[in-house]
Design a protein around this ligand. Structure first.
Ligand code: NAD
Length: 291
């Protein structure tokens, strides 16, 4: 299959990532089938598109005709076969649980046309952990978007040992058609590129905080003003959720048994106190007044 042959994109999951990937693909001219097991989530995704598209028209980013076309391109359903049965390229963005993703890939393999490429947007699960349940491992790879997917330009395309040259090339070309700046990883590695670099920064920032070298505010200020990052590591963790940091580190520690992978004392303390960041009103910073 060539990139020009892709007419319809399937998106599995209409959560944080899935709904934005679906709207992005629809704006870029693709028919989109988006499936979620949760009807409420689909309704939220529909409502998002209903508001977002006219908003882009008001800002002069889309014409009325383009917004109408994007809306017409979108289909939100709870039945996977109905939504994705004729998709040429699928991006799975369901909950980050391995067994769930394996079940989804098994089903996708059964309902998708033989030429369809199946990718996962997982942040940490490499595609070799799901490719084996399909009859087309050469057509499986990671395609990792960043949050918010409508805005962030990077996509990590990760080749597994099973991924064909053609599939990796197609995922790169499709990312460009979606107006992204993709990067290709020639082999699988835990955390890919971006989350590895981010973890290194976060771990060092936490080490400095735990050693009492500087406050979270001053470490954030240094990273913003010296390195030019838009957000410091503590502000960013408050945004993405300290519970997420905790779970990711614990999961990694269970896998490796390496004490260096354990969450730092500060992360454990904040996790136990439910100081998870913006979502609970307090993390490294206090948001209670903003709620
Ligand atoms: P989310 O919890 O917001 O959404 C997941 C959605 O999947 C939910 O709406 C859920 O109902 C749906 N779902 C669960 N089982 C399903 C099934 N069998 N079929 C269809 N839908 C199903 O999660 P998210 O933050 O959007 O993350 C989705 C994926 O994207 C994960 O693999 C995550 O690692 C990855 N990711 C997340 C981020 C982020 O910042 N949140 C960034 C990049 C990648």
């Amino acid at each position: 299959m060539r990139v020009d042959d892709i007419q319809k994109i399937g998106v599995v999951g209409a959560g944080n990532m899935g709904h934005q990937i679906a709207v992005l693909a629809a704006i870029r001219g693709y028919k989109v089938g988006c499936v979620d097991i949760n009807e409420k989530q689909l309704q939220k995704a529909r409502e998002f598109a209903e508001k977002y598209l006219p908003g882009r028209v008001a800002k002069g980013k889309l014409t009325e005709e383009q917004a109408r076309q994007a809306w017409d391109n979108l289909e939100f359903k709870t039945n996977m076969k109905e939504a994705l049965g004729d998709a040429d390229f699928v991006i799975e963005a369901a909950t980050e649980k391995l067994e769930l993703k394996r079940d989804i890939f098994r089903e996708l393999d059964q309902i998708s046309p033989p030429h369809a490429v199946l990718t996962t947007n997982s942040s940490f699960i490499v595609s070799s952990m799901v490719a084996g349940v399909t009859s087309r491992p050469e057509k499986v790879c990671n395609m990792h978007f960043f949050n918010p997917a409508l805005v962030m330009k990077c996509v990590e395309v990760v080749r597994g040992p099973h991924t064909s040259e053609e599939t990796a090339k197609l995922a790169m070309e499709l990312s460009r058609r979606l107006n992204k700046e993709p990067v290709e990883l020639q082999k699988e590695i835990y955390g890919f590129l971006v989350n590895r670099i981010l973890s290194a920064i976060n771990n060092e920032a936490l080490y400095l905080l735990d050693q009492g070298v500087a406050s979270a505010e001053d470490i954030d200020s240094a990273v913003v003003n010296a390195l030019g990052h838009p957000l410091g590591p503590f502000k960013l963790q408050d945004l993405t959720g300290i519970d997420l940091t905790y779970h990711i580190m614990m999961e990694r520690y269970r896998e490796t048994g390496d004490p260096a992978d354990k969450p730092s004392p500060t992360i454990v303390e904040k996790y136990v106190k439910k100081e998870w960041g913006q979502k609970t009103g307090k993390g490294f910073y206090d948001y209670s007044r903003e709620q």
